[in-house]
Ligand binder design. Structure first.
Ligand code: HEM
Length: 282
């Protein structure tokens, strides 16, 4: 290259992005940012309500991604593809961490700040989140009564009803353990999957034996990925509980529950129960 050519090459401006598009931008067509950023219909004049609404919407989006990951994992387990299941569970663990981090803007809400828009919420409550119920159903916490609030929304109701009658992620894992020769009782394998999963001593014994063996074995690693998920679900519930306690003390909830006392009971439980209790026997 001549000295002159090299000089002109060095002074050449880097290409700038394209500016001309026939219709909406390809970014918009893909992300639908215009739709997404015009869904913030606050109900009060209080400037603090915006972050409450957006945090709730952000959490709904994370719930949606996490449901997708757990459905992917459940299908992979059903097809005996444990590596694909573990990859989806690991993605969901990072997403749960991001979900939990989004408590930050609401974590220190004072009762006076929350009161500034609380009345405007009417009877609205996160209790009515259908995507959160889909998460719970996938974790094995089934309940047909949780469909009742959604009778007026046909698509949401149909999706929830389908999820109620499908085996949960945990049901699929226990069926996999049985296919791999572990003594999962038939009462568990043939259970009515639309009912809440109840812990079983035999399932606990299977996890105990898996955890007492080779820690790098495929099923032991699957157990640990599920435990990571369970821990972060527990953390979301407890962060929610503490944020609620700070924002409204012992008042009743907008959704009609006893509030903190009701949430305390819900936050105590661990999902995938035997993965926790088995640890006492290893
Ligand atoms: C600091 C603000 C918040 C307060 C004070 C609060 C308060 C409450 C209360 C009292 C309940 C019990 C049901 C009721 O009577 O309403 C509840 C349930 C619930 N909230 Fe919140 N919440 C807050 C933020 C959020 C956010 C941002 C979300 C995200 C979607 C959310 C999701 C839920 C869910 C999913 C439930 C049902 C929990 C279950 O069924 O175990 N909450 N909340």
């Amino acid at each position: 290259m001549s000295q002159q050519a090299q000089h002109s090459h060095e002074t050449q401006e880097p290409e700038t992005p394209h500016l001309d598009f026939q219709g909406t931008t390809p970014y918009e067509d893909y992300v639908q940012a215009d739709v997404l950023t015009h869904l913030q219909h606050t109900l009060s004049d209080d400037p603090g309500e915006m972050v409450f609404l957006v945090t709730t919407q952000v959490m709904e989006l994370w719930f949606t991604v996490i449901v997708h990951e757990w459905e992917t994992a459940a299908k992979a387990v059903r097809e005996d593809d444990v590596p694909v299941a573990v990859a989806a569970l690991k993605r969901s663990v990072r997403e749960l961490e991001a979900l939990n981090a989004s408590w930050k803007p609401l974590g220190q809400l004072t009762p006076a700040q929350f009161n500034s828009y609380r009345n405007a919420l009417g009877e609205g409550s996160g209790f009515q989140s259908a995507m959160y119920r889909r998460m719970e159903f996938l974790l094995g916490e089934k309940s047909s009564s949780m469909l009742v609030p959604h009778r007026g929304a046909p698509r949401v109701h149909a999706e929830l009803e389908k999820a109620l009658h499908e085996p949960s992620l945990y049901d699929e894992v226990l069926r996999l353990l049985a296919r791999r020769g572990h003594a999962i009782p038939s009462s568990v394998l043939e259970r009515d999957v639309s009912l809440r999963y109840e812990p079983s001593a035999e399932v606990e014994a299977v996890w105990t034996s898996l955890y007492s063996g080779d820690e790098s074995a495929e099923l032991a690693r699957l157990g640990e990925a599920l435990t990571d998920v369970a821990e972060l679900v527990w953390r979301w519930r407890n962060d929610h509980l503490v944020a609620t306690r700070r924002a409204m003390g012992a008042k009743t909830g907008t959704g009609g529950s006893a509030g903190v006392a009701w949430l305390e009971k819900r936050a105590q439980k661990n999902v995938f129960p035997e993965l926790w209790t088995a640890r006492s026997h290893v």
